[in-house]
Design a protein around this ligand. Structure first.
Ligand code: PMP
Ligand code: GLU
Length: 399
């Protein structure tokens, strides 16, 4: 079967593929301790569910305007002003089927064949694949674990070229949990302001920050960039609404209008009922967010503490999102107890850890960091405890 070049050029989402693999193993009765999912294990808060039920009962089940219901776009514009200091009109907000869709719209509305998109590594798996899906070229900007995986302004200045169409910023970061301070963002902003590049600021983990870290929006800190920055956010992480598929983008009208035009020919509006639910999430902020965030923090501290006790593992302590991203290269060349051959790569490590140790994490390779493994703490405390016991035993058993 002849398939398009664009689809042949991309990989399936590795995070979703590993989640599915762990689910299948569990369905077969294998007791896998999974630290895979990039989704909160909490249920969607009751007030949000109630708003959706009410919307269904009231017959709010028809198409809505492509860009979203006016009340939700207005509530998002207000949220961006209140929480993020961003001045956007409701007309410059586009509601889409998840932040993943918002990002897809952005790349497809702005990138030509051959344009380069600068992506700091480690990166969320979908950025380079989406860039490739529009015929553009992902250019990786490496960062160092010893520097908390932060892009340095000098490195950014060196990496920007006349071909750079967009720069991707993701703070708090998936998979590293890195959170940039206001000063660090201003320093990057000063470099970006001197270049014509667009900026995609993916702020989906903004509410999940710990240790006193604060989230800042680049376009608010560096106003010169506002006309070239599209800010993306969504409901999946902060409100435990992954399955509802609702995200949004806001920024300069010409780009947002183009994204809306593209969406009008692809998905039309995001689900009507989910939009009403999201409106409740934004306008009736309940105690759930603080409760979930406190629990993530408790798990984060536990995981960090336990990982520190495993000789040979190194990692930058995450300050945001819900992942730890340890380096496993110290174990390469060694053979797991019950294994047939030495571990040759981080992916080998993750595979053996799953098959022999029954712990699932996501190999670092699709995040652009092949010596690492991503462990999610968006799962029950007991599962984390069991997984870390097994991980420690697995490492201790390496010969
Ligand atoms: N950005 C990042 C960094 C993510 O980890 C995710 C994963 N869910 C998304 C965007 C997309 O989220 P969603 O489509 O569920 O809104
Ligand atoms: N973003 C989450 C993750 O990284 C969910 C899966 C996905 O969409 O990639 O695991």
């Amino acid at each position: 079967m002849r398939l398009s070049r664009r689809v042949t050029a991309i990989e399936e989402s590795a995070t979703l593929a590993v989640s599915e693999k762990a689910r299948v193993l569990r369905a077969r009765g294998i007791d896998v301790a999974a630290l895979v999912a990039g989704e909160p294990d909490f249920d969607t808060p009751e007030n949000i569910k109630a708003a959706a039920v009410e919307a269904i009962r009231a017959g709010f089940t028809k198409y809505t305007p492509t860009s979203g219901i006016p009340e939700l776009r207005a509530a998002i514009a207000e949220k961006l002003q209140r929480d993020n200091g961003l001045q956007v009109s409701p007309e410059a907000v586009l509601v889409s089927c998840g932040a993943k869709h918002s990002i897809y719209n952005f790349f497809h509305a702005t990138c030509e064949e051959g344009d380069e998109v600068l992506i700091p590594a480690p990166y969320w798996v979908s950025y380079p694949e989406q860039v490739k899906s529009c015929g553009a070229v992902p250019v990786v900007l490496p960062t160092r674990e010893e520097e908390d995986w932060k892009v340095r302004p000098e490195a950014l200045a060196r990496a920007l070229t006349p071909r750079t169409r967009a720069f991707v910023l993701n703070s708090p970061s998936n998979p590293t949990g890195t959170v940039y301070s206001a000063d660090e963002l201003r320093a990057l902003g000063a470099v970006l302001a001197g270049h014509g590049t667009l900026v995609l600021s993916d702020e989906i983990y903004e509410k999940l920050v710990y240790d006193g870290a604060r989230h800042h929006s680049l376009a608010a800190l560096v106003p010169e960039l506002a006309a070239r920055t599209v800010t993306v956010n969504g409901f999946s992480k902060a409100y435990a609404m992954t399955g509802w598929r609702l995200g949004y983008a806001a920024g300069p009208r010409p780009i947002l209008d183009a994204m809306a035009k593209l969406q009008s020919q692809a998905t039309s509006n995001a689900t009507s009922v989910a939009q009403r639910a999201a409106l409740a999430a934004l306008t009736q902020d309940g105690p759930d967010l603080a409760r979930m965030c406190a629990e993530f923090d408790r798990r984060r501290r536990f995981m960090v503490e336990r990982l520190r006790q495993i000789p040979g593992l190194t990692f930058a302590v995450p300050q945001g999102a819900f992942y730890v991203f340890p380096r496993v290269s110290a174990f390469l060349g060694r053979t797991p107890a019950g294994g047939a051959r030495p571990l040759a790569s981080g992916t080998d490590f993750a595979t053996a850890l799953l098959e022999i140790g029954h712990v699932a994490g996501v190999p670092g390779e699709p995040f652009g960091a092949p010596d690492h493994i991503r462990l999610s703490y968006a799962t029950a405390y007991e599962t984390i405890a069991r997984a870390l016991d097994r991980l420690a035993a697995f490492v201790a058993g390496l010969r």
